[in-house]
Design a binder for this molecule. Structure first.
Ligand code: HSE
Length: 445
């Protein structure tokens, strides 16, 4: 533990919390703080009280004790009687400025802000360390699932090879419905919107921005290496078609939007020997026997492979007020205990400082479906395109014959750029009538 810049709390008064933001998560935090006040006091060793709640529009919060509401978030953070700050505003500003002000005033912060942590985690951790306070953010990735603390603390004695997760519930709901009903993306998205799983503007979820921020946070912790959202290769699910989903089922696979963080070797080796990290978010086929394949609906799950621990799986609710508030309160208990002990807890470390491998050089495997004419020499021409780009084919299957033949090819692992160049070449070939499905494959032996 680091020594705190601010002095330990010496009397027996309550710990005072400033709550920044009172949306779905903030109001659930407030409710749990009140409902579980006695248990929290017993677990922390001191009662916890809400000192104030900073919101933009007080009149939008009729159910909250009105005397606690303020529009002056910086004033609230700076108040002498505030010991800890919970930031559930989201977004970059004013959250960053408020968190830095809290650190400077010797106050630990619990945040659920994935965008900010993925963008500026290094500077925020450095500022927390400088002032000897805590920055905890379990709720920023996969909601209720205890994941960041296991990575940061429980697995701190191990070497992690891969962290692969379904970390966005909206897209998992959409892909699950496509698999269950045969619907296309647009139809499944419309259903998700009607049921409230998808937001009115679903861009952050369906285009993979939300998952990419979470992947950056996971990779940073797993590999002790600074990774930001801009380091993450990102593809969303809007181009996943009903054909892709059907083709996956034909080979015993299902389609998931995966956040994949892995250590990779120097020259196109598979994960494991790694002197660099590769971090990517994209849809992929995974075998239905893979533990992540059975994660349905809006649930999240993260599969971890470690040298000594082997395979671990974390599963649960990745969003929602109450589940996310559970993670916030878990952090609040931890930082409150640290505060009373006059110390700061385990922080993130970036000591390994590994290079981030560009997607073009990252080893992947592709599943490709082609419409071709069933004539002599067609397969040879197609195989030649793969060979020319240094891509080895693992399996080939032909469906149909005559003018309506389909070739389904699964490759071995190759640099992603070689695979995408092969697809571009296939699209240009006169013998190929159409490239009807291209998806990466993960977890196939
Ligand atoms: N919008 C996210 C999801 C939850 O669909 O999982 C918050 O990160």
């Amino acid at each position: 533990m680091n020594e705190l810049a601010s002095s330990p709390i010496s009397d027996t008064r309550s710990l005072k919390v400033a709550l920044l933001g009172c949306g779905t998560v903030g109001s659930a935090v407030l409710r749990l703080l009140s409902e579980q006040a006695d248990d929290l006091a017993a677990r922390i060793g001191r009662p916890v009280e809400v000192a104030g709640i900073a919101v933009r529009r007080p009149d939008h919060h009729p159910d909250v004790p009105q005397h606690l509401l303020t529009t002056d978030a910086s004033g609230l953070v700076a108040r002498d009687d505030v010991d800890l700050v919970v930031e559930v505003i989201g977004g970059i500003e004013p959250a960053r400025t408020l968190i830095l002000a809290a650190f400077e005033a010797g106050k630990s912060v619990v945040s659920a802000n994935k965008a900010l942590l993925a963008d500026d985690g290094v500077a925020l951790h450095a500022a927390a360390a400088k002032f000897g306070v805590d920055l905890y953010y379990e709720a920023a990735v996969a909601g209720a699932i205890p994941l960041l603390r296991p990575l940061r603390e429980s697995l701190a004695g191990d070497q992690l090879r891969r962290v692969v997760g379904i970390v966005n519930g909206t897209t998992n709901y959409i892909l699950s419905r496509m698999a269950e009903t045969g619907a296309g993306f647009a139809e499944a998205l419309a259903e998700a919107t009607d049921l409230g799983y998808a937001e009115a503007d679903p861009t952050a979820d369906v285009d993979g921005f939300d998952a990419a921020a979470k992947a950056a946070i996971l990779a940073s912790l797993a590999f002790h290496t600074p990774v930001t959202a801009s380091d993450v290769h990102r593809e969303g699910i809007s181009s996943v078609s009903a054909t892709d989903v059907a083709r996956a089922a034909e080979i015993g696979c299902t389609v998931k939007l995966l956040a994949i963080c892995e250590r990779v070797g120097p020259t196109g080796d598979d994960a494991g020997s790694g002197d660099s990290v590769a971090v990517r978010v994209h849809p992929a086929m995974i075998p239905t026997t893979h533990p992540l394949a059975s994660v349905g609906g809006a649930f999240n799950a993260v599969f971890v492979e470690a040298e000594a621990a082997g395979q671990l799986m974390f599963y649960g609710q990745g969003a929602g007020g109450q589940p996310t508030a559970s993670a916030v309160l878990g952090d609040l208990v931890a930082v409150a205990r640290n505060r009373l002990a006059g110390a700061a807890g385990q922080s993130s470390t970036g000591y390994a400082n590994l290079a981030v491998r560009p997607m073009a050089e990252t080893p992947t495997r592709y599943h490709v479906s082609l419409d071709v004419a069933d004539k002599p020499g067609v397969l040879a021409t197609v195989a030649h395109a793969f060979a020319e780009h240094g891509v080895s084919i693992s399996t080939v299957r032909q469906n149909g014959h005559g003018d309506a033949a389909t070739l389904v090819i699964v490759t071995h692992s190759a640099p992603d750029a070689a695979l995408s160049a092969t697809i571009a070449a296939l699209r240009d070939m006169p013998t190929v009538r159409g490239v009807t499905s291209v998806l990466r494959v993960e977890g196939l032996s």
